[in-house]
Design a binder for this molecule. Structure first.
Ligand SMILES: C=C(O[C@@H]1C=C(C(=O)O)C=C[C@H]1O)C(=O)O
Length: 204
């Protein structure tokens, strides 16, 4: 079993809140670190944005498995207990881990041309999603991950300097009228925490 296989499934649980709620509850942090909120609410492709920041982008597949959707991660389009393919990856830029992502692909969405989403391997899910003009992205929720979270444990294994301001986002996409959910956590050394305002404007 490879090192990555041992990590899977990392899982993900937190209190997901709206960006506005986060801004008011954590105003001192977001005021002092404006870039992270821009990354959290950016509705474009995270893959494309990361690629703008590095020479070599890669996706490391930690694993994927079919399981019933946990109630804590379900929503109005992906029901508790519904069979989903769970996919966990780490996105790297120039070998620096940037994002841990956990995606739910309902088996009922993996039909027709979308069957290929079940066999992406190390191809970026975003590469496929954002090439489809039918793609819709629903509201974004964000969450903080503390020292007791599975993300803190992942950072320990990856030897990343965990701190108390690790943030992530999740949203549901609808592709050809079929839902899938993507949750992404910016890891401690991610550009998202330090990139200045010099970046190209990203439409939220
Ligand atoms: C949704 C996107 O795809 C990215 C790639 C993922 C993958 O390959 O599993 C998962 C989430 C995203 O970080 C994106 O690039 O915006």
């Amino acid at each position: 079993m490879s090192q990555q296989d041992k990590l899977f499934p990392v899982t993900l649980s937190s209190q997901w809140i709206s960006p506005n709620e986060a801004n008011s509850n954590h105003s001192s942090f977001f005021d002092s670190s404006p870039s992270i909120m821009q990354w959290l609410i950016d509705t474009g492709s995270l893959t494309a944005r990361l690629k703008e920041h590095c020479q070599h982008f890669r996706v490391e597949l930690l694993g994927q498995q079919v399981q019933p959707c946990p109630a804590s991660e379900a929503n109005d389009l992906i029901k508790p207990g519904e069979e989903v393919l769970v996919r966990e990856v780490i996105l790297y830029c120039d070998e620096v881990p940037q994002v841990f992502a956990r995606s739910f692909l309902p088996l009922s969405s993996l039909t027709g041309a979308e069957q290929k989403l079940a066999n992406l391997g190390t191809q970026s899910l975003g590469q496929v999603l954002f090439n489809n003009p039918s793609l819709e992205r629903r509201y974004i929720e964000i969450a903080q991950f503390d020292a007791n979270s599975s993300i803190a444990q992942l950072c320990k294994v990856l030897r990343l300097p965990f701190n108390d301001q690790i943030w992530g986002r999740r949203s549901t996409f609808v592709l050809e009228n079929k839902p899938l959910m993507v949750a992404e956590v910016f890891l401690p050394n991610a550009f998202a925490y330090s990139s200045g305002n010099h970046e190209k404007n990203h439409v939220q």
